[in-house]
Design a protein. Structure first.
Length: 450
């Protein structure tokens, strides 16, 4: 998943700095992708675009002075976007988050129709499909019919910015507003820092136009099935993000609490509760808070302390998103620092959001914990066992998840080197999110085409 952001203003009503708001809006999506970033703006006459390899703050801070306009989009992800195309509809700048599953088939089809390609990737396919329409909205309809997959999409033109969410609603896209301005973004977490209030989600299949600081729905493409990504709440989103009215941090605390209830029921109380930072912090908080609740209710007599045996170095980035194993392992090693304290003889529960391939847990996490004296690590994982790659994204590949390779939990315990291993169930996950089960995508927790 990449991070995308769009801003449209009405200069007559808007009293802030357009480029500052655009910069912050894009920057607060950095956690969704670190390899490439880009910005494009329009003043109604001219469109400007820059893309860079690297982190957004370092590459764009102080370099937006040549940009101007009343509308702009930005991108943080694993490929070079936004993408520019000159068409019969005029110049278009596109960026998206998601995955086109039937990319090879569409490439073959379009090449037979005499289309040429520079990149041949998802965004170029999407652009070539859109230009087949009578206008942008009709083109998005054509694109939505043709592709298999999931997407959130932005299209910047001289007339405004079109935003669309795939009919299955898999990837997030939200709307925020302040006086004279409207934004569309992958996440809402950064909104308060530039004065924007979250007002609603883009509906599954909805196509909107944001122009002159206002939003207009142009069409809604209906689908037989809604599939909000459950992993958004568990891991992908920044903790303060809200999707479908549900806070990611609250879901994570509920998941941690569910794991604690099982341990309490079986009579297991650790000496210490620790998070695997950064993503495991709210899961561990929920785990610890459940012990506090039950102690206050007189159900248990002891509360395990909450502690940080591991620290995340703030400038190390995220280790889940890199596409190759070597980079993921290196970043995981770099980001985790051990505590300066000694935990010899302590029985520790380590709370994490998920175990995907298991490599980072085995080769990075466990050696670091043992180096500060911890021998017995009881791993508590909020997400159910991942049994499949995500068919809607690009982060995992077929056959990679640990639980798929090792169906027996005892084998995973031995592989990871932990004392015990417990997961939440799919039912726990659904209950923690609070949406109907039929509206949630849990494909990665099921064996589906692995």
């Amino acid at each position: 998943m990449a991070g995308i952001f769009a801003l449209s203003i009405d200069p007559k009503r808007y009293g802030d700095n357009f480029l500052d708001d655009l910069f912050l809006g894009v920057f607060y999506h950095q956690h969704l992708g670190e390899e490439y970033c880009g910005v494009s703006t329009s003043d109604g006459q001219n469109i400007r675009i820059q893309t860079h390899h690297g982190l957004f703050w370092q590459t764009f801070r102080g370099k937006l002075q040549d940009f101007r306009g009343t509308s702009g989009i930005g991108f943080c992800g694993t490929v070079r976007e936004p993408f520019r195309l000159d068409t019969k509809m005029g110049e278009m700048i596109l960026c998206f988050s998601g995955n086109v599953i039937n990319l090879p088939e569409l490439l073959t089809e379009l090449k037979k129709a005499n289309h040429t390609f520079e990149r041949g990737d998802d965004i170029e396919i999407i652009a070539k499909l859109i230009v087949q329409g009578e206008d942008i909205v009709d083109g998005i309809r054509i694109m939505a019919r043709k592709i298999k997959g999931a997407y959130s999409l932005l299209v910047l033109t001289k007339d405004g910015i079109y935003a669309a969410r795939s009919p299955n609603g898999h990837w997030s896209l939200v709307v925020g507003k302040k006086e004279g301005a409207v934004v569309v973004a992958s996440e809402s977490g950064g909104f308060p820092n530039y004065g924007v209030k979250l007002v609603r989600d883009i509906k599954p299949g909805e196509i909107v136009l944001i122009k002159n600081g206002d939003l207009e729905t142009k069409d809604i493409i209906h689908s037989e099935r809604i599939q909000f990504c459950s992993f958004f709440w568990v891991y992908t989103a920044f903790p303060n993000a809200v999707l479908e009215g549900i806070s990611a941090s609250l879901v994570r605390k509920r998941l941690g609490a569910a794991l604690a209830r099982r341990d309490i029921k079986r009579g297991f109380i650790p000496d210490i509760v620790i998070p695997v930072p950064y993503s495991g912090i709210f899961h561990a908080l929920g785990y610890h808070e459940e012990f506090c609740r039950q102690a206050m209710e007189g159900k248990i007599s002891r509360i395990p302390p909450f502690d940080f045996a591991l620290l995340k170095f703030p400038w190390s980035g995220r280790s889940f998103t890199p596409p190759d194993a070597r980079t993921r392992k290196f970043k995981a090693h770099v980001k985790l620092l051990i505590s300066g304290e000694n935990y010899a003889g302590k029985t520790v529960v380590a709370c994490d959001d998920s175990v995907v391939r298991g490599t980072q847990t085995k080769t990075v996490l466990m050696p670091k914990l043992r180096s500060i004296g911890i021998e017995d690590v009881h791993l508590r994982v909020s997400n159910p066992p991942l049994l499949s790659h995500c068919p809607w994204g690009k982060t995992t590949k077929k056959g990679e998840p640990l639980a798929y390779r090792m169906p027996e939990k005892a084998d995973r315990v031995d592989f990871l080197g932990v004392k015990s291993l417990e997961y939440n169930t799919v039912e726990d996950l659904v209950q923690a999110i609070g949406l109907p089960a039929e509206q949630l995508c849990v494909d990665c927790d099921l064996v589906c085409g692995s």
